[in-house]
Design a protein around this ligand. Structure first.
Ligand SMILES: *[C@@H]1O[C@H](CO)[C@@H](O)[C@H](O)[C@H]1NC(C)=O
Length: 261
């Protein structure tokens, strides 16, 4: 009787809410070749600055009858999206006005960023791990070029990245996989040996659609929202022990497949 109950339990588990095994811990994932990073919210905690700029500037032009947008509206409709998509969402009948608004908003964002941009906790620890492992790395972002370059430079990461892939360089921005596929091509690495760090639903979807495991960061977006996009692992920031446990496992896998010296 007990045995039957146990069998039933084991039978049910895989179909229920048990977490999936970490895809990138499968033996075929090593040797690791590259890591791809989103920028906003993944390298730096920039969303509060974007939110502030949107809220102030939309209120200034009497958007929504002058009622300030909420953080919930921002997370749901704006965070992680490409500017043209945001322009269309905010000004469905006047794309030109929308695009002009976005340009002005980005100028305000860059002023704020120059004074207040903060790196995500632990990013320099992961940077060192990536460098010590000799991995290639790219930044892959929907941000406009001027923003991306400014943020990467303010963070002191200009020399770290082998390539920066912008949504503007792609026919389709995230959540479409194209920016991530372009990054794999630019680095000449395989999706089967590369993982992605992302913090938005749109970005995680893009990485997953490009066929890679994605580590989701809850910098600003809640875990339940990110889960919709099916990340492999969710962490708070790069100090999260869950990340380092996973990376240690990866090291063990690599050691196991490496021919003895
Ligand atoms: C890309 O990588 C493959 C091995 O993975 C190598 O044979 C090829 O020469 C590389 N191509 C370029 C352009 O570096």
């Amino acid at each position: 009787m007990l045995r039957l109950v146990l069998v039933c339990l084991f039978y049910k588990f895989p179909h229920d809410s048990q977490p999936q095994p970490l895809h990138f811990l499968s033996p075929s994932f090593v040797p690791l070749e590259a890591v791809l990073f989103d920028v906003d919210g993944t390298l730096c905690d920039s969303d509060p600055l974007h939110y502030y700029a949107f809220r102030e500037m939309l209120q200034e032009i009497n958007f929504n009858d002058g009622v300030p947008i909420t953080e919930e509206f921002f997370v749901k409709n704006i965070a992680g999206k490409h500017n043209e998509d945001i322009a269309l969402l905010l000004f469905p009948n006047d794309l030109q006005r929308g695009l002009k608004f976005m340009d002005d908003k980005e100028a305000m964002f860059r002023r704020l960023a120059s004074e207040q941009l903060k790196p995500v906790n632990g990013i320099y620890k992961l940077k060192k791990w990536v460098e010590d492992h000799g991995l290639k790395r790219a930044a892959v972002t929907n941000a406009p070029r001027a923003n991306a370059e400014l943020m990467i430079s303010l963070l002191g990461l200009s020399d770290f990245f082998d390539a920066v892939i912008l949504g503007d360089d792609c026919e389709r921005a995230k959540p479409h996989p194209e920016p991530y596929l372009k990054a794999l091509e630019a680095l000449n690495v395989s999706k089967d040996h590369t993982f992605v760090c992302e913090d938005s639903v749109s970005g995680i979807k893009a990485g997953v659609a490009a066929g890679m495991p994605v580590i989701g960061l809850t910098t600003r977006n809640p875990e339940h929202l990110l889960m919709e996009a099916k990340p492999t692992l969710i962490i708070k920031d790069y100090e999260d022990p869950k990340l380092w446990t996973a990376l240690e496992e990866l090291d063990k896998q690599e050691a196991a497949v490496k021919p003895a010296a």
